[in-house]
Design a protein around this ligand. Structure first.
Ligand SMILES: Nc1nc2c(ncn2[C@@H]2O[C@H](COP(=O)(O)OP(=O)(O)OP(=O)(O)O)[C@@H](O)[C@H]2O)c(=O)[nH]1
Ligand SMILES: [Mg+2]
Length: 388
């Protein structure tokens, strides 16, 4: 397992790049870039500027057009920026072209995409052997078609974001070594999976409830509140990578509650593949509690991403509670002075509740895990559904 080495002395800086297309309006792109900036911040990088361009589709050579590339390059060189991060996955050839454009004898600029960044955060956050093996496997699989001289050359000069994990291997990191490593990691994962299956088999037929949802919605906070445990939770993306399972008893009903990795849009496919066994916890559960951050402006989009990912892992059909969290932080319209009027605010929340309760295909409950609001209704729902 490659070690995590951060050699960068100052905080790394980055610029973000995305495109506006017919399917992706400027407003939508801004939301994506907000999230990309949050991902960069989670990886301890400082975003200096965002670049966007309207294009029918990404440029096959350099993702954005050559004029835009010049503009980015000028900014990057004038401000000594460390990284250029693209919001969409770069094809291996695009990566190579961009690396050539952004690098000369005097300056090395790292070219990353959203996937690199997510993989990097995962690598940084992985604690258990299981998570580490899964992340390393995903990193190598992502790296394999993208291995370039530039990478090996670069990675000896700098550590830091996007260069962790496989990135630190010496120049002899050629495709053969990477393939061998992938084969080795897959075997290791098989062994861990067998152990995990045995562990899960030993759980005495208790009903299993899994907390699922977009990243940073409050799953771990809720787990802690419900089970009075101490699972790591913080206002960063992907605080949780390893599944935590707690045996719980509510109203004399025992069951198992699990907290697992959060989802995000454009989650790298390799990562979903490698995290299949972590996600087994979701696949094998009897009930899902889909936690939603009601205070997030894009919560409806998040619900869709989670539902799509659940379908991907063959869990779309399970009995699911749609649980709206953070009602304490819900502001219907932050611009308006409505906020000051507690009565009106409640009214809009009530309207929202009614709308969702009427049109959702599934059970809906509204809570605040942090302020411990309406947890009784949630507990009652769980008890009803874990009873035989
Ligand atoms: N205002 C408010 N904040 C909350 C509530 N529940 C959780 N949070 C905050 O939301 C942030 C994320 O909480 P986590 O519990 O780490 O979220 P998570 O879903 O486990 O996130 P990942 O593990 O990263 O996927 C933390 O800063 C929490 O304090 C809530 O009911 N209200
Ligand atoms: Mg968590």
């Amino acid at each position: 397992m490659a070690k995590l080495i951060v050699t960068a002395k100052r905080q790394e800086t980055c610029v973000l790049v995305g495109i506006i297309t017919q399917q992706q309006s400027r407003a939508l792109l801004e939301e994506y870039l907000d999230e990309l900036a949050f991902l960069a911040e989670t990886a301890h990088a400082l975003t200096l500027k965002r670049f966007s361009q309207s294009l029918p589709h990404p440029d096959s050579r350099t993702f954005v057009g050559s004029g835009k590339i010049e503009e980015i390059k000028t900014f990057v060189f004038e401000n000594d920026v460390d990284m250029v991060i693209f919001d969409d996955e770069l094809a291996p050839s695009q990566l190579r072209n961009l690396e050539q454009i952004f690098n000369n004898e005097d300056k090395k600029v790292k070219i990353l995409d959203r996937n690199n960044l997510i993989l990097d955060i995962f690598a940084n956050r992985a604690r258990t052997a299981h998570a580490k093996v899964q992340v390393e496997l995903a990193q190598y699989q992502y790296l394999l078609p993208r291995l370039t001289k530039m990478w090996s050359h670069l990675e000896r000069q700098k550590g830091g974001i996007g260069m962790r994990g496989p990135g630190e291997q010496e120049i002899e990191t050629d495709r053969r070594i990477v393939r061998d490593r992938i084969a080795f990691l897959k075997k290791e994962l098989e062994v861990i999976d067998r152990q995990k299956r045995t562990q899960r088999g030993n759980r005495g037929g208790l009903k299993r409830v899994a907390l699922v949802g977009y990243t940073n919605v409050g799953k771990s906070t809720l787990m802690n509140v419900l089970s009075k445990s101490d699972v790591f939770a913080e206002n960063k993306l992907f605080a949780t990578l390893d599944t935590t399972v707690r045996k719980m008893v509510l109203d004399n009903q025992p069951f198992l509650l699990s907290d697992t990795v959060g989802f995000i849009r454009k989650l790298p496919h390799d990562l979903i593949e490698s995290f299949k066994s972590t996600l087994d916890e979701v696949r094998e559960s009897d009930l899902l509690i889909h936690v939603v951050d009601l205070s997030h402006p894009q919560f409806e989009d998040h619900i869709k991403v989670v539902n799509d990912t659940l379908k991907d892992i063959e869990s779309g059909h399970k009995k699911t509670l749609l649980l709206f969290n953070k009602i304490d932080a819900y502001h219907p319209d932050p611009e308006e002075e409505i906020l000051a009027d507690e009565h009106l605010r409640k009214h809009t929340l009530a309207t929202l509740k009614r709308t969702w309760m009427n049109h959702a295909q599934t059970d809906v409950i509204f809570i605040s895990a942090q302020k411990k609001q309406n947890l009784e209704e949630l507990r009652a729902w769980i008890v009803r559904h874990v009873s035989y």
